[in-house]
Design a protein around this ligand. Sequence first.
Ligand SMILES: C[S@@+](CC[C@H](N)C(=O)[O-])C[C@H]1O[C@@H](n2cnc3c(N)ncnc32)[C@H](O)[C@@H]1O
Length: 391
Amino acid sequence: MSSARPDGDRGIEVQRLRRLFRFFAATQCRGRSPVYETLSEGVADDDGLLDLLMSTPDEQRRPSLLFAAVNLLLASDAGSALADYYPIHGGRRPVDGRLVPTFAAFCARHRDELGRLLYSRSTQTNEIRRCVALRLGLAHVYRRWPGPLALTEVGASAGLNLLLDRYRYRVGDQETSSAAASPVTIACEVRGSVRTGQIFGPILEITHRLGIDRHPVNLADPGARAWLEAFVWPEQTGDLAVLRGAIDLAVSTADATVVPGDATTDTARLIGELPGREPVVVFTASLLSYLTADARAAFAAQLRQAAEHRPVAWVFAEAPGLVAATDPWLAGPAGPVAQRNSLFLVGAGLLGDGRREDALLALADPYLRWIAPARDETDDFQWLPASTDAD
Ligand SMILES: C[S@@+](CC[C@H](N)C(=O)[O-])C[C@H]1O[C@@H](n2cnc3c(N)ncnc32)[C@H](O)[C@@H]1O
């Protein structure tokens, strides 16, 4: 399991991990999870915990993976002292000076199981609030191509975003819903001066729903469900309830299929196998950060290849810098917005009839807790205070 490295390399890697955990604390956890913020800073300062990570493959050394692995083990060890800090496991203890030592002791006690999980598992989240970004993108696509659309998500995880019209929405001051009776409600704050009613239209007919993922989540497998739920953060009891509701809905409707496939090699073929001639919307959310620069270029080439046969719209919710670096031929933000990598850019690139049209539609929190729709097609979002990047 361990990767042998010369001491110098090891020291450099340990320093990188310290920075990574501190960055994670500051940009992802602050204001969102006091437990993970404290733990991220604690891991950065704890040689024993860093040593645990150093015994896993390089690409597995991710804060979210470590915390999910611990969370999974906690779900079946809810009587442990660490669970007292996790509201999702019934804990009520506020963060204090014992949290990090308690976490370190839990990791030491479960070192072998954690090592196995960190070695073999990959990040698996399915954040259905990102359906808000998808709806914004669809509204834009409908304005150009009114009528039925086929929907594909690449990096679809369990495929829960493909069921976007089965949820209720509370976005800004409006209930926008095509499924009033849905047991699942998605809530998202709207920032800026654009009214929700101006950005969302109805969801028209979706002819096919296809998810593509390197490691699809099989919701019929209780272990796979538990792993997906392990990515919910300690304080997010509401998110856990929403996720469980969406999973139950997906299992009972069985409307969306997620097939195994790689974004960089299988996208064009799988789109090509969809029946019909209607345009295909290809949604990605938090996919690009899993791809190298070459892989991002290969994915963009797959989209262009698919668009040779029928119109394709790439709707994305991704870090602006990664979108900009994916392929200059597709929607690349320029100027200040491209620097705001702790936020997500929501946009659409339409490819069809030999033409291309790109639009930047919004900036948003990566988990779509809030969205700031563009005021017009040239908006550079300078009006959105820089302090929002880390909130
Ligand atoms: C962070 S999750 C996001 C899932 C979903 N898009 C969402 O927003 O909730 C990233 C997903 O991308 C998948 N993935 C990563 N690299 C991939 C690749 N090269 N091809 C296809 N899927 C990939 C992962 O398996 C994972 O399910």
